[in-house]
Structures are given as C-alpha cells and as structure tokens.
Design a protein around this ligand. Structure first.
Ligand code: TRP
Length: 346
C-alpha cells in the first residue's frame, strides 16, 4: 500500500455537559498525542444534529464553543495543531455524499450505535442518524488521516471507515492509478488505543456509563463543576460497605468500587494495582477524600480555564475560524482529487 504520512484525527460532539468520562476517555489522550503526531481535533457539529435536533441555534453554538474551550483548557495547542468545527469545512459533507454511494445499506444496518439510538421506532429515526458513520468516515478520510483515537463505542464506526476506504480504493482502482495515486487513494485508518481503556461509569450506578444525559447530575463530574461540586459528588458517590481490597480480583463483583479506583488510577497516571497497594484495606472514606483532592487538583484548573475562555467568545470563534481555514486547505485537494477520480468535472 502507498505510504501515508501519520496524521491523527478525532472528533467530539457538541451536545453539552462535557464530563470526566470525556476527559479521561478522549481529551486527555488527545493532549498526549500532540507530543508525537500532527493532530486535527474537530467539534463535530454536523453529527450533533443527527439524533435529536438542538434545542435552539444558540444552544448548538454554545455547545460548540464549550467543546472548543475544553480542548484548549485541557492543553490542546490550537496553533501547533488544528481545532475547528466540522460545518465550516464543506469537504466533510461533500466526501460523505460520495461515501454514501460507496457504503452499503447492509453495513450501516449492522451498526450497534444506530440500533441503540433508533431503538424500536426505526421508521422515525432521521436518515442522518443512519448515515452518521459515512460522515464520520469522511471526517477522517478527507484529511487522509491514518490514526484515530476513539473509545470502545466508536470502534465499529472506525471499522466501517476502513471498509469504505477499502471499497473506494477497489471500486476506483483504475482511475486512482491513472490519476497518479498508485495502488490506494485512501489509507485504512487505525484506532489508537493508548494504555488501558478508561471506561468511566456513573457515580450512582457502577454498571452504567457516565453520561451527559443522565437525569442525576450527581452521576457525573462535569468539566465545568466547581471544586465544591467535585468534592461533594465524590463524597456522595455510591459505594458498598466493605473496605477496598488489596488485590484487583477483589474488585470483580464491586462495580462502584472498581469505577472509583479506575478514575483515581487514570487521573494519577498509575495502574489500579498501584492504587490498591496504596489504599487497599483502608476505609473508603479515606480513599474518597484522596480521590476528591486528586480530582480537584486535575480538573479544577481546567474548569477555571474553561470559564475564562467561555467569557471570551471572540477568541474561541477566532480559533475555530483559523482552524477551519487551515483544515480547508488540507481538505480541498482531497475533494478535487476525489472529483477527478470519480469523474466530476471541475
Ligand atoms: N462519533 C464520534 C463520537 O461520538 C465523534 C466523531 C465524529 C469522530 N467524527 C469522528 C471520532 C471522526 C473520531 C473520528 O464519539
């Protein structure tokens, strides 16, 4: 296969209420990747209207700015890398159209996220919800990105992006060669899994994922929470009556304890056995106090920076516009070349 320069692409939906799960599962990893890769981080506003329409245009704009502010507050450098919102670069939607004609109904029908989100009432799901993975493939491939940091729940979509890239390369093989691109026009993007996956669960129910849409705000730590709120939520987090175990095996049937130990490990950049070596056999209250301090130390400065940035809309909008200009400069040649490969006059 042709050589593609390593490039990271990932996206976060602007749907409000960014929380600890987003931080540990995505943002913190995005920050780390800057040390080794060129990175493009996108606020995927086109995806944000696929499931439910936003409450209002104001709400969508605010949520878009909030994700951009979170990127920057967590330590993503928008000058060294690219931070922008998807809808400003029309190449995403244009390439998605071509991919709609490459992807098969059967492939999209098998996506578990679609089945979960559409539920029983499939007739009433938006076409956009069904087509979501084709747009996601376009997000990545319009930059011919090679590496995509994603959580477990998005792996199936990334597989689909690879299938689409592969089928495009095969379906258009003759034109790809004739246009001078060799054997393959698109890379097959790979998932980037850094370290053990951190699945952050609800603070109220250890078997449910921490979620922005949970009715109980106590179930999650929002990136915008004050230090008092963080401390209180950790203190109130559900636990069982036993002390912490000293061995990992002792967490097996204790999802709430396991979750808190996992959060501590991820925030402190240590392993769960490390945490149990330090806190095993001790009272839960001691551990929770240490966890609250750690969470405040790590998240407090991020929340403060987000508040500062949220008050400076012009700066955020400027970052997104500048990022979009640079993203567009990368996407445009892809769109032109795809047009030539497919046979659209330009
Ligand atoms: N589907 C991703 C999510 O919900 C967001 C996303 C959109 C994305 N486009 C992407 C992630 C491209 C990685 C690459 O988390």
């Amino acid at each position: 296969m042709a050589d593609f320069q390593p490039l990271v692409f990932s996206g976060v939906q602007p749907t409000g209420n960014l929380h600890l799960g987003n931080y540990l599962g995505a943002l913190k990893r995005f920050v780390a990747l800057q040390a080794t890769h060129r990175c493009i981080y996108c606020v995927v506003d086109l995806h944000a209207i696929t499931n439910t329409l936003p409450e209002s245009p104001q709400a969508l704009r605010a949520a878009t700015r909030e994700v951009a502010a979170a990127f920057i507050a967590c330590g993503i450098d928008p000058q060294a890398n690219i931070v922008f919102n998807q809808s400003q670069v029309s190449g995403h939607a244009e390439l998605a159209w071509v991919f709609n004609c490459v992807a098969r109904m059967g492939w999209l029908s098998r996506m578990t996220q679609f089945k979960d989100k559409a539920g029983k009432d499939r007739e009433n799901a938006s076409v956009g919800l069904f087509d979501y993975p084709a747009l996601m493939a376009a997000d990545i491939l319009v930059y011919r990105a090679t590496h995509v940091p994603v959580g477990d729940d998005q792996k199936q979509h990334l597989e689909l992006a690879r299938d689409i890239a592969q089928k495009f390369n095969v379906d258009f093989a003759a034109a790809i060669k004739a246009e001078g691109h060799g054997e393959a026009y698109f890379p097959l993007p790979e998932p980037l899994i850094q370290g053990p996956a951190t699945r952050v669960m609800s603070l109220r129910e250890g078997k449910k994922k921490m979620s922005k849409s949970d009715a109980s705000d106590n179930s999650r730590i929002n990136l915008s929470d004050s230090t008092d709120q963080i401390a209180q939520k950790v203190r109130r987090a559900r636990t069982d009556a036993d002390n912490l175990p000293t061995e990992i095996a002792g967490l097996a049937a204790r999802p709430e304890a396991d979750n808190l130990v996992g959060i501590y490990a991820a925030l402190a950049d240590v392993t769960k056995p490390d945490v149990l070596r330090q806190f095993g056999n001790g009272q839960f209250s001691t551990f929770k106090a240490a966890l609250a301090d750690l969470a405040i130390a790590k998240l407090g400065p991020i929340a403060a920076e987000m508040r500062r940035l949220n008050a400076d809309q012009a700066y955020i909008d400027g970052v997104l516009r500048d990022g979009a200009n640079r993203a567009r400069a990368l996407a445009t040649p892809t769109i032109d070349q795809v047009k030539d490969i497919v046979g659209f006059l330009r």
